[in-house]
Design a protein around this ligand. Structure first.
Ligand code: FO1
Length: 331
């Protein structure tokens, strides 16, 4: 599965729950093997620490330690250290690193300085949480999404900022002229990523942000080719329900690349594999069922199912629908 942060984590929790039901291993887990290729374009060096928002969202959510109310970070969090950082005038005062969360960033940064790769560090961090799935960063190289916005005060009329500044500080309120993935062209897929895609029974695109999460993963050299070549059916879940971005800043990102915020537009943005794109199947919400025939003509096998993930049960049902779609494609 390719995934970003919040939407990816919820969908993945449902997938794990569903697999534990249909393929139990006898002691609460599943015999199914799930590898998640996670977007690292949101990652940032902050006060000397490497912060990996999407990897951490997924790790905390599957580890049962995420703050379901805020939608990010740790449950039961405190912010004593963060207040000190602000007093010293370092870091981003509008980007809170909670005390428990700092435990993750300090451990990750320590291991990186010891020479471990991000993949090795992720394996060490996730081992503590018994996630039941394997998390792989899309690359072990630093790739960072930056957003270019209009700026009349600058000679070029533009200025660039890290994605997290655009999203958290400005709530995506500054229209994005374009996105730039720093470090992408010199990056390669992390070890195991291409093998996981080529050897998969099913490849799923989580309902994550199409632009800053899924597109970023696909753009890492080697990953698009693997997705085009794999014998596995590739099935995506729309992050958009009937014209309203389910969560986050999907609309702001899609309009920046000229894609309509609609379940069919995102599918056509990824493209049908028969037409040179990435998808064989696409899940849309029941409220978008009218899009089924036009997407069918575009070469996509479409299922209109309930897409809202407001509980583990609904997420599990959505994951089951995605696997059923893939099974239908495999015949
Ligand atoms: N999101 C916020 O809206 N405000 C924050 O202060 C904030 C801090 C933060 C710290 C670590 C981290 O891993 C994530 C954090 N996030 C925060 C969420 C982050 O913007 C999202 O997880 C993704 O980057 C967006 O998909």
């Amino acid at each position: 599965m390719l995934a970003g942060g919040v939407g990816g984590a919820k969908f993945l929790r449902g997938l794990r729950d569903h697999l534990r039901q249909v393929a139990p291993d006898g002691d609460g887990g599943t015999t199914a093997e799930v590898t998640v290729v996670v977007n690292t374009g949101d990652d940032v060096w902050l006060t000397g620490l490497r912060v990996c928002p999407d990897l951490d969202s997924i790790m905390y959510t599957l580890g049962g330690a995420n703050d379901e109310v805020r939608g990010w970070g740790r449950v039961g969090e405190s912010e004593r250290v963060s207040a000190e950082l602000t007093e010293y005038g370092v870091g981003w005062p509008w980007f809170t690193l909670g005390d428990l969360d700092l435990g993750t960033h300090i451990t990750r940064s320590h291991l990186l300085r010891e020479g471990l790769t991000l993949s090795e560090v992720t394996s060490r961090l996730t081992a503590r949480w018994n996630l039941g799935v394997r998390l792989l960063p899309m690359s072990d190289h630093d790739v960072e999404t930056h957003v270019v916005v209009a700026d009349l005060d600058s000679p070029t009329g533009e200025r660039s900022m890290h994605f997290e500044e655009w999203w958290v500080h400005y709530r995506a309120g500054l229209p994005a002229l374009r996105f730039e993935q720093h470090g992408l062209s010199s990056s390669v897929a992390a070890p195991g990523v291409v093998e996981a895609i080529m050897g998969a029974d099913v490849v799923l695109f989580a309902p994550s942000n199409p632009v800053v999460s899924i597109d970023t993963i696909v753009a890492v050299p080697g990953i698009r080719d693997a997705l085009r070549a794999t014998a596995a059916p590739v099935v995506g879940v729309s992050p958009i329900i009937s014209g309203s971005a389910v969560r986050g800043m999907a609309h702001a990102c899609l309009s920046a690349i000229g894609v309509e915020t609609a379940a069919d537009a995102v599918a056509l943005h990824y493209g049908a594999r028969d037409a040179g794109g990435l998808l064989d199947g696409w899940l849309i919400d029941e409220s978008d069922a009218a899009l089924t025939s036009s997407l069918g003509r575009a070469g996509l096998r479409v299922a209109a199912v309930p897409l809202w993930m407001n509980s583990v049960e609904t997420s599990a049902a959505l994951a089951a629908a995605a696997l059923a779609e893939a099974a239908g494609l495999s015949v």
